[in-house]
Ligand binder design. Structure first.
Ligand SMILES: NC(=O)c1ccc[n+]([C@@H]2O[C@H](COP(=O)([O-])OP(=O)(O)OC[C@H]3O[C@@H](n4cnc5c(N)ncnc54)[C@H](OP(=O)(O)O)[C@@H]3O)[C@@H](O)[C@H]2O)c1
Length: 278
């Protein structure tokens, strides 16, 4: 890294944030494009009560980009000058760009879902089960619907699935209804189930998964979740959570730098850091 007072600062904020791989991924991208003397990407732990102060600081210090992760994606919206249409529809912002003091919020999480899926299938007309009804699910549901899929949300707390389904005008059901889940072409896990340290957990038993399914897990630690391992054994097409992390990040890289992201370099650094043999 070539660091001086000239570098434009990009920052990821969250609570916690120390586990984030975004600084690694973005800084590797800056180096690959030889713009590491123009940008630097760091992380800061921010309590939710301090989010307004951080947005003020972004203006005062001319930070170029602010990435928001849990728990900031919704509350931050009220302090911005502009919100992109898609982020408004999703109801969350994960990327803020500072253009000469005007702060505009975007959401790139949905791109992280749609891009990897479109590499393996056309989404129009496909039936998709989204497991979970939290923040990540909102972006997943938006992306799939925007591409013409027929979406059903399955959740442990069915009332939360019903609320989300009402917002997006799609179907919902109980996560326990595995027959209904498997009656879809695509299954996306957007629950936290299977994430380290509970790596032996899976949101569904996988008994009804077959080789006609595409199974995408948003969880990326571990790289290969129990759900993906079982789905692979059944011959399903699997997509790892790292692809979502990568593509939401590359879209964000392009917003912050105005340059096409070096996707392969950024993927490599993620996989290497997660201990995946390349
Ligand atoms: N790859 C990426 O780039 C990326 C990006 C964003 C998020 N993610 C991952 O996506 C996951 C969800 O994140 P989020 O922000 O949406 O979290 P969230 O808002 O807290 O939502 C959590 C969801 O998981 C469900 N859930 C939690 N524990 C469960 C259990 N034991 N059994 C069944 N369902 C359970 C919750 O169901 P209830 O409604 O019943 O509580 C809820 O639907 C996390 O693992 C996160 O790391 C990945």
């Amino acid at each position: 890294m070539r660091i001086s007072a000239k570098n434009k600062i990009c920052l990821i904020i969250g609570d916690p944030v120390e586990h984030s791989l975004s600084p690694l991924m973005h800084n590797a991208g800056y180096e690959a494009l030889n713009i590491d003397d123009k940008f630097i990407y760091l992380g800061a732990r921010v309590d939710l009560k301090d989010i307004k102060a951080v947005v003020c600081a972004m203006r005062a210090m001319s930070l170029r980009g602010l990435t928001c992760t849990i728990p900031h994606k919704v509350k931050v919206m009220r302090y911005l000058d502009k919100i992109d249409k898609t982020a408004s529809k999703i109801g969350a912002v994960n990327s803020i760009v500072n253009d000469k003091g005007i702060l505009k919020g975007y959401n790139t999480d949905w791109i992280g879902v749609v891009k990897p899926l479109e590499k393996v299938t056309a989404l129009k007309g496909k039936k998709a089960a989204v497991l979970g009804a939290g923040g990540a699910s909102r972006a997943v549901v938006y992306g799939l619907l925007a591409k013409g899929s027929k979406v059903t949300i399955f959740n442990r707390t069915v009332g939360n699935a019903a609320k989300l389904a009402n917002d997006f005008n799609c179907g919902f059901g109980d996560l326990k209804d595995e027959a209904a889940v498997s009656d879809n072409d695509i299954i996306v896990n957007a629950t936290a189930v299977g994430m380290a340290p509970n790596t032996e957990a899976s949101p569904i038993s996988s008994q009804l998964i077959t080789n006609r399914h595409i199974v995408f897990d948003a969880v990326y630690i571990p790289y290969e979740t129990k759900l993906l391992k079982k789905a692979k054994e059944k011959g399903a097409t699997v997509i790892h959570g790292t692809e979502m992390l990568l593509h939401q990040g590359t879209a964000q890289f392009e917003l912050y730098t105005g340059k096409p992201a070096p996707v392969d370099v950024m993927r490599k650094v993620l996989l290497k850091n997660l201990g995946v043999k390349l």
